[in-house]
Every structure is written in C-alpha cells, then in structure tokens.
Design a protein around this ligand. Structure first.
Ligand SMILES: [Zn+2]
Length: 514
C-alpha cells in the first residue's frame, strides 16, 4: 500500500517541476502584465480593464462588510491514491463570520459552534499523524486577498472567454507581482462581462498562509501548507457577487525532517456560505421566520439563526411522502411537518410535531423509498412519544452563547427503550400499508453502512443539534424488517455526500443543484 502512495508522490512532484519550468521559461512578471489585450470589452484598453476588475473586487469587499453569514466546512482526509477513495478521517467547522470586523480590523471575527477545541480540528493523515486544520483558513479562501488586491500587488493575464451557467465571463490568470510572496493568491478568476465582477476564484495561496498546520518539534515550531480551492460566488444584491461555496480536492506533498521521502496527503471538502440575510454584527436582524405555529421554540430559534431552511420545495416533497404514508395507513397518525437543517452532519429527529432532517442526511440517503422508511419511523416516534429539548433562550442567537468548548446541541431527549420498541412496531404498521414496505431492509443496510463509516468519519455521523442515526458505533433506532420475509433486498450503494443540494445564500433555502 505504501508503494501506491509513493507512486502518486513522484507523479505530483514531476508535474510541479514541469509547471515551474514552464512559468520560469515563458513568463516574466512584466510579460504577464502586458497580456490583457485591448478591446475585450467595448473597446476598453487592457490596462483600463485590469483597473476596473481590481476596483470592482474592492467594491465587493466594501459592500459585503455589512453581512455576517454562516460558514460551514466539512473536510475528509483520504488515502493519497485518488482511485481507491479510501477514507481516513474528517473534520467539521460551523461558525458565523462578522465580515465587518474581519475585513476592516483583520480580526478572526468568527464565532464557532463546531471546531472550537484543538482536538476537534485534528485530522488523521496516511502517515498515521494527526494534523490541525485551521477553520480560519477556509474563511480566507472566500477572498482573493483581504487587503491588497490591486495593480501594485497582482498581475492579470487574459486566458479565454467562457460561459458559467448563463453568465458570460472573461477568464484571467492572477499572479503576485512579487514572486513567492507568502499569503498571496496564485490562480484563475472568472469575471462577468457586464459589470466586470469576479464570480469564481480558483487557485492557491502561496505557502506560509495558515491553512493546515503541522507541529514539527516540542519547541512549538509549526508549518502551514496551503490547499488548492475553487470558490463560486452568487449574486446577493444588484452587482454584488458574494462567496457561496467552495470545493477542495487536493494532494499535499509533505517531507518530514529526517524522513526519506515525500508523503502525499489527500484532502477533499466543501465550504458552504449562507445567511447573507443576517445583516450587521451578531444581531439577529432577519425577516420573521416561516415556521408554522405548531413548530415550537426550538424550530423557530434554528430558523432565526439561518440553520433551518425556510419551508420550500424540498420540504414539500418530504411532506408529500408523509402524506402518502398517512393516507394509506390504517393507523391514526398525528399531523407532522418536515423541516431541513441546512448543515452537513447526518441528523434525523423530531421536536413536537416537526420532523427535522439534515441536508447531509438527504445527500446520503440513496432513494425515496429508503427515505420514506426513515420518515415512517420518525412519524411512529411522534405518534408514541413527546420529545422535548432543554430550555433554550431562543430570544438570543445560538451563536451568541459563545460557550467555552463545543456547542452540545439542543438537548433533544433520546427515546427510551420502551418507546423505541413501540415506534419500531408501529413503523411496520405504517409501512405495510404503503408502497415503501420492501425498502425497510434497505434502510437497515443504510444504517449499517453509516455505522461502519462512523469509525472513519465521526464528524459526518455525529449530530450537532438534535439526534443522529448512529451514536457510539451503534444504531440509534431499531429499524424493523417489514413485509413478507424472504424478499431480496437490493444492496445499498456506497454512501457518499453527493452534492445534490445547494443552499440559497440569501434565502437559506435548500434547492437541487443543477
Ligand atoms: Zn427509533
């Protein structure tokens, strides 16, 4: 297995060397500056075009300062050989960033709910060591350069025209005037034709920008390794394109002091940014939540914080499944509503008559029938018990608590053994009258796979607000096998976060990705 890692290292190193050779041989910084041709936009000169792009970006940084969005990062560490996709570990950060403090004072300006402790930031690599990922690094990747994106610091080089979705763009290479300047951006930007606003940023910060830290000695010396990222923006106000999400899939070469070879570390992850309706510092100035009156304070509090999506099309489709289950059932069932936590960790629980599922759960669940089994089971729980959270003051934002250490959730009570037994029996009662009976085995297979994954991916499987499907390596629920015995159950495909959903940056609404 070690040989595989070494092979990909060699491949990466020679590729890097090739790139360096090409850049050194062809482009001096002066050449790069001259590469923006005249007349790309309405007869504008290349110099003028560059100037306007820098200006538009600074304008964006200025206008975006009134927002305090939520930033969520989920990263997996994998075996370096990309074909094997072997998972090693994961980390999860969830916080709210005050852009005003960050962009004006240069403060960290983030209140974290997840990822506060040093321990929670560590990720296992294939050399058996744990390294610390810095949540702040992922916020830095939302901007090209928080202070100096201007003609004195960067060169633009025109590459091509390209359409992103429906937006016509000019694509430019960006390099720092000063070679090897730590923290400077190096990569590509997509600039929309009409307002010359940057809509996508892809590249890497030059080394020494804090991304991922490895402690080298007991004396405390540590190094930072940057990661390649690809950040997409969305328009949140006229001509204001704000960072919406970014993806990371990178191999980082690492040579330990005194080590005899370079090891590759493979990281894959996503950062979502939403909640641009939260204006100002940590104030909760949002429109009134859409939560229905029977949802209770927990649900309303989550929605006010931008953590629960407002009721939309995806919720409607979940409710339709519930209605189909209830319509065919001979059992008298309570009326429930489904709502979605915008976050990635797999969660499924109920508060009063509201069933809450997380976006991560919806990403992972393989099909509607399997989803229906979980909803039927949760519906059964609602029918046989009342779950309550601990007393939380929902007048204040969850982000205002700033507790020392990790946020420990809403304190939703777990079902007792007796309740679980009743819910389990009722689940079959509901499913047997529906078109989803045969899927009960698949739901059990899903949980089984999730339980196995929870060893490598504890952060994906651990609930942050309510209750997950797996806890301490065991299934939370007793999922019965319903329908006629001996029915063959098709195997559950390998579980993965499929990236099927995007979060509306201003509306917090969940929608299917195109
Ligand atoms: Zn259960």
């Amino acid at each position: 297995m070690k040989r595989m890692g070494q092979y990909s290292t060699v491949r990466l190193s020679s590729y890097t060397a090739f790139l360096v050779f090409v850049l050194a041989g062809v482009c001096t910084p002066q050449d790069v500056n001259d590469r923006v041709p005249d007349g790309l936009v309405n007869g504008m000169s290349g110099v003028e075009l560059s100037r306007r792009i820098f200006e538009a970006e600074r304008d964006m940084m200025h206008r975006i300062r009134i927002y305090s969005p939520i930033v969520e990062t989920y990263v997996q560490s994998l075996w370096p050989d990309t074909t094997a996709q072997m998972l090693l570990d994961d980390v999860y950060f969830l916080g709210k960033v005050d852009f005003l403090r960050r962009l004006v004072s240069g403060d960290y300006a983030t209140t974290l709910l997840s990822g506060t402790s040093k321990n929670s930031r560590q990720i296992l690599n294939d050399n058996g060591q744990k390294w610390e990922l810095d949540p702040d690094g992922f916020v830095s990747m939302l901007f090209i350069d928080q202070r100096d994106f201007d003609t004195d610091t960067y060169h633009l080089r025109y590459l091509k025209s390209e359409t992103l979705g429906t937006v016509s763009c000019l694509v430019f290479g960006v390099t720092a005037v000063k070679a090897n300047a730590p923290g400077r951006f190096d990569g590509t930007v997509w600039v929309e034709n009409s307002g010359l606003r940057i809509v996508r940023v892809k590249g890497i910060f030059q080394a020494n920008h804090v991304r991922l830290r490895q402690r080298l000695s007991p004396l405390g010396a540590s190094v930072a390794l940057p990661l390649h990222f690809d950040c997409w923006r969305e328009m949140i106000a006229p001509d204001l394109w704000a960072p919406a999400y970014l993806t990371i899939d990178d191999n980082v070469g690492w040579k330990a002091i005194g080590g005899d070879g370079v090891t590759d570390f493979h990281y894959r992850g996503r950062t979502f940014v939403w909640g641009y309706s939260h204006i100002g510092s940590f104030q909760n100035q949002r429109l009134a939540p859409s939560a229905t009156s029977d949802s209770g304070p927990d649900v309303i509090g989550l929605e006010k914080d931008g953590l629960l999506a407002p009721f939309g099309t995806v919720e409607r489709s979940l409710n339709a499944i519930i209605q189909r289950l209830a319509a065919g059932s001979h059992v008298d069932l309570p009326k429930v509503t489904c709502r979605i936590l915008v976050t990635t960790p797999v969660e499924l629980f109920h508060v009063g008559n509201t069933i809450v599922v997380s976006r991560g759960f919806l990403e992972m669940v393989p099909d509607e029938s399997t989803l229906a089994v979980f909803l039927a089971h949760e519906l059964a729980h609602v029918a046989v018990e009342t779950a309550v959270g601990k007393e939380v003051d929902h007048e204040r934002s969850l982000f205002d608590y700033s507790p020392p250490g990790e946020f420990l959730g809403l304190g939703i009570r777990h079902s007792t053994e007796e309740e679980e037994g009743k819910a389990s029996a009722l689940t079959c009662g509901i499913l047997n009258d529906s078109a989803y009976t045969s899927a009960s085995g698949r739901a059990a297979g899903f949980v089984e796979q999730l339980t196995t994954m929870s060893r490598q991916l504890p952060n994906l499987t651990r609930a942050r607000f309510g209750v997950g499907l797996v806890e301490n390596g065991r299934s939370v629920h007793e999922l019965p096998s319903c329908g006629s015995s001996g029915q063959s159950v098709p195997p559950v495909p390998q579980l993965q976060l499929r990236g099927r959903y995007l979060v509306g940056v201003s509306t917090d609404e969940l929608r299917l990705a195109r």
